[in-house]
Design a protein around this ligand. Sequence first.
Ligand SMILES: [Zn+2]
Length: 206
Amino acid sequence: MQPERRAAGLTELAVQRRCVSCRQSRSKSDMMRLVCDEEGSVWPDVLQKAPGRGAYVCWGKCLNHLQDRHLRMAWKGRTSGVDQADALRRRSAVAFLRLCRQYVRRVRRSVNIGRDAVMHRMWIHTPMLIVLAMDAGEALKRQIRQACTKREGAGLKTACSSFGNSALLGEFLEREKVSVLAIDDTPVSEKWLQYCIWYEQLLKTE
Ligand SMILES: [Zn+2]
């Protein structure tokens, strides 16, 4: 079998799970696994390794709108009735924040924080992911966007994402406030950004 064929076959065989909220099936790597403990409390299992029977929910919208009845159905009434969905969202927010911080600590040497450090990095050739706080000053936003356009013009891979505010970005970096940061753009850092965005969405649901 050709390697490409084999890779395509593997994708087709990716394990599918059904979301407890929207009832759609998708690859389990695109979903969050949930587990239910002895007391009937539901916990996020973001690494999908905890023992016990799991249930799955789509990241983002389905988790944000999950209701107690979805969880009762998933575990056939074994969940403790009150406010499990809200508790799960709080626990998920804690788990996301922990993952985001762990990742930043692991790649600390490739993280640039603040305008000067980020601007300095603009001419380094490795793919770069820039995160800009929504409440950053207009001058900073303009300067970063112009530099990104120049980088792209020079054929350097550049992704720029704007979300949250400087206090939120600070939370991920365990600093008080961060208006802009840059990080190596890799599949893992893209996943990291996704966790950061889900964390922000969960905070908004509360
Ligand atoms: Zn769903």
